[in-house]
Design a protein around this ligand. Structure first.
Ligand SMILES: [Zn+2]
Length: 463
């Protein structure tokens, strides 16, 4: 056996031991997730603007991250928002980068990891002397990397951001949404061209860091992804993800895989397949083992469950409670052997309850949802009102828009609760805030209770 073969054999043996350890972990599902993260999406505006991270300064971000840390989370992640995909030219863009570099240092000082998402084919069309803005303005294009000069022109942007945040613990190269190419000629191989170049550069900049190939919307590397509806998009996501997994041994050795895991939790996928029971399972434990056998890291990147975006107007800009579904997701991930996971936040100061629950459940996926809700209620409410707040939050949980969207066979049983919308709305008026919360809330309990009140008013689909 020559040296190279010996090293490959050694890597294989270590990967196999890791797989066996993961199987043990999967069986003991009260164990914490190793990476317990949140991805911040700061590309939307909202009223009041103070809730939109698009406008936050460093001091506000610091409060947000201190809160996540207190909730038991240990990873944060950012991305370059749609209109910002260019080499920065305005004072506002430069300030954002300066703040984010301070956030990176702050995260490291707290013992948290910092991750950054990179794009591929997208380029901002905002004039250089104008500030980029929220993404519904949609001032950006995607360029086919097969056309001469386009690959070099587009890969320069993620390379710039990788060099800027080179101290990050990991990066993700996001397949699409934004990005990708639907010209009909491009495919997964064209996505992997970006992965290769970025991974090779990362080896020079930060050798221990992983570059995850994130297969979110990988079906947008192909012709007409919606030709067969959303069902087709998600079916092609499985095929494309498996193509990436199969390619791993031929990719630089710092490349890992991040999987959206849509088929394990997302209402749209269950609905498109005619119910949860008819939805194919992806990833399976075998998929995850294949990644580990290649000696690579694997990360789950589920989205929309902690917080939702303006595409579903009823759910946008209100407080959500998804404790049961967050738990079901984490338990499903554990069954596959995945122990690194990134949740998501759009309006972090509204989603205090889901963030708290995410932290508690990532630390112990066996915690009872009722216990988590009660613990959160004690944090927010005056001690004489905590039980009442827990019941109100249980009503919000049972009537969540997430649950509304899930086909009946995927719905989880409601938690015991005697309230209806009218009584929940009435009771929430009487909750007094906790004068001395035991964790560093990023906004006052009083303010969050106000947001909860106006959220219940907006849940008009519920009885
Ligand atoms: Zn193309």
């Amino acid at each position: 056996m020559d040296r190279r073969k010996f090293l490959e054999w050694l890597a294989g043996s270590v990967a196999s031991m890791t797989t066996q350890t993961s199987n043990v972990r999967a069986q003991q599902s009260a164990l914490p997730f190793r990476a317990r993260g949140v991805y911040f999406h700061d590309g939307f505006t909202v009223e009041p603007k103070s809730h939109a991270p698009l406008y936050w300064d460093y001091a506000t971000w610091r409060r947000a991250i201190q809160w996540l840390h207190a909730c038991g989370l240990n990873v944060i992640e950012f991305a370059t928002m749609l209109e910002f995909n260019r080499v920065p030219s305005t004072a506002m863009e430069k300030q954002k980068i300066a703040d984010r570099l301070k956030i990176l240092d702050y995260a490291h000082a707290l013992g948290m990891e910092f991750g950054y998402i990179l794009s591929n084919t997208v380029l901002s069309t905002v004039p250089p002397d104008e500030e980029p803005s929220h993404q519904l303005k949609n001032r950006a294009v995607t360029l086919c990397p097969r056309a001469p000069g386009n690959f070099e022109k587009t890969v320069a942007i993620p390379l710039f951001y990788m060099e800027t945040y080179k101290e990050a613990d990991f990066f993700e190269e996001f397949a699409a949404d934004w990005g990708g190419c639907t010209c009909g000629q491009c495919g997964v191989a064209d996505f992997l061209r970006y992965v290769r170049v970025l991974a090779e550069r990362l080896k020079q900049l930060n050798p221990p860091a992983t570059l995850y190939a994130n297969t979110w919307c990988i079906s947008y590397w192909g012709k007409e992804p919606l030709a067969h509806g959303w069902k087709g998009v998600f079916e092609k996501e499985i095929v494309g993800s498996r193509e990436v997994i199969t390619a791993l041994p031929r990719l630089p050795d710092n490349v890992g895989v991040a999987l959206p895991c849509h088929h394990l939790y997302r209402p749209l996928v269950f609905a498109e397949n005619g119910g949860k029971s008819k939805t194919p399972v992806f990833p399976t434990a075998d998929d995850v083992q294949q990644i580990r056998r290649a000696g690579r890291n694997v990360l789950a990147w589920p989205h929309f469950i902690m917080d939702d975006d303006p595409s579903r107007p009823p759910a946008w800009g209100i407080v959500h409670s998804e404790v049961r579904y967050l738990q079901a997701l984490l338990q499903a991930l554990q069954k596959t052997g995945i122990d690194r996971v990134m949740g998501n936040l759009y309006l972090p100061f509204l989603q205090l309850s889901n963030t708290f629950a995410w932290g508690r459940l990532c630390e112990n996926p066996q915690r009872k949802p009722q216990d988590v809700i009660q613990e959160f209620a004690r944090l927010i409410a005056h001690r004489d009102d905590a039980e009442r707040l827990a019941e109100i939050l249980t009503w919000v949980e049972n009537n969540s828009y997430w649950q509304q969207q899930i086909p009946p066979d995927g719905r989880l049983p409601n938690l015991p609760c005697a309230l209806n919308r009218a009584t929940a709305a009435k009771q929430v008026e009487r909750i007094r805030p906790n004068p001395s919360p035991s964790l560093p809330l990023p906004v006052s309990a009083e303010m969050w209770l106000y947001d909860l009140r106006r959220s219940i008013e907006r849940m008009t689909w519920a009885a």
